[in-house]
Design a protein around this ligand. Structure first.
Ligand code: AKG
Ligand code: FE2
Length: 277
């Protein structure tokens, strides 16, 4: 038996509403004032359906081979050095662009609006980059874990903190890592985004053997921590503080698959916000 102090319960501030996302709310998440923002019907179902069809038919659709069950189009920095990640981002770029074909890309629209607003405040927003290249605007994912979770409970900060010195984005781990999710397709049942009232520290991660990955936290570890589910529909956006433990509940219904577009961003310096996948 391992001895470990009960994980600390962290307060969360949640906002859920219908409509279009505002840059003020996005900045509130970036500053840690809002933990989770769920916007229902944030982008059109026609666009959602086209993106889903483009994802399913993509010649670049691949199975993940990094221990996280799922399919994807795009690049993930998770467990990769900068040279590998930026090379994969470059290879994937035309296929990520092709997800939006001749549509107005809702992720790019959000990025551009946030860039304009931050610029007014003297803050630059840009894609993470290195001598090896630059990040893409998003990656598309469909989780395929079976059982209680289709994506196991995890945090998004460990992977950033341990990204390595050749990544400029490591600096963001000391601030809020905002995780932005657009949902083009959702199953009939399940696939909820579950958020626990717990923001693990480095010591917590070490105790759970997830120091560099933040993935996965066990059911036993999370047992005594309150959580809440976001019931998502196609066309919704969820923007969360990725430092809080979160996961995706199991899916049922033999109809639609669950597809999301994901990006991360956060302050690297008081005058610079970086964006990556
Ligand atoms: O699929 C979701 O709703 C969450 C995705 C997520 O947590 C991640 O990509 O790190
Ligand atoms: Fe995550």
């Amino acid at each position: 038996m391992t001895t470990h102090q009960a994980p600390a319960i962290s307060p969360v501030a949640i906002r859920e509403r219908t409509g279009s996302i505002s840059t003020a709310e996005i900045i509130s998440v970036l500053k840690g004032e809002i933990t989770a923002l769920h916007i229902s019907r944030a982008f059109s179902t026609e666009i959602a359906e086209e993106i889903t069809a483009n994802f399913s038919g993509s010649p670049a659709l691949k199975e993940r081979k990094d221990g996280v069950p799922g399919q994807y189009v795009g690049a993930s920095h998770y467990r990769k050095d900068a040279a590998t990640y930026f090379a994969e981002a470059k290879t994937a770029r035309p296929y990520v662009d092709a997800l939006f074909e001749n549509l107005v890309d809702p992720v790019r629209a959000l990025f551009d609006a946030l860039k304009r607003e931050l610029h007014k405040q003297g803050i630059e927003l840009r894609l993470a980059r290195s001598e090896h290249g630059q990040a893409n605007i998003c990656r598309a994912l469909s989780w395929s874990g079976s059982g209680t979770f289709s994506l196991d409970p995890h945090d998004d900060v460990a992977q950033v903190l341990c990204a390595g010195i050749d990544y400029e984005l490591s600096a963001v781990a000391h601030n809020t890592v905002a995780a932005l999710n657009f949902y083009p397709s959702m199953p009939e049942e399940g696939g909820n985004l579950r958020l626990w009232n717990h923001k693990p520290t480095v010591i917590d991660r070490k105790s759970q053997g997830v120091e560099t990955t933040g993935y996965p936290y066990s059911a036993a570890y999370l047992e005594a921590i309150p959580c809440r589910d976001f019931q998502l529909k196609a066309g919704d956006i969820a923007l969360i503080d990725g430092g809080f433990v979160h996961g995706v509940t199991g899916q049922s219904g033999n109809g639609k698959r669950r597809v999301l577009l994901n990006s991360f961003f956060g302050f690297a310096r008081p005058d610079l916000v970086l964006w990556w996948t």
